[in-house]
Design a protein around this ligand. Sequence first.
Ligand SMILES: [Zn+2]
Length: 89
Amino acid sequence: MDLASHPETLICAECGSTIEDAGYLPATERDETYHPLVDAAVCDACGFNDLGMTGCAPELDDVVDPGPDDALLYVRLTDSDLEVVSSKE
Ligand SMILES: [Zn+2]
């Protein structure tokens, strides 16, 4: 499934840094696409160390108060795009 929009910049909601390589992005699934909740994105480091319990990847409800159609995407940022690596609900 693809993203409905491809934000060019993601800012980590935890530490305020720009996410440069990979991070966690919650999204709402609608009409076969993911609508990213960009304000709730978190960087890899915060997701792993602060939100996930002791070095585990975070769960969706660690990042947002999830709705029934929400999923947590693990995304990788490249020069011009944002690629969904995996998702969990
Ligand atoms: Zn962060």
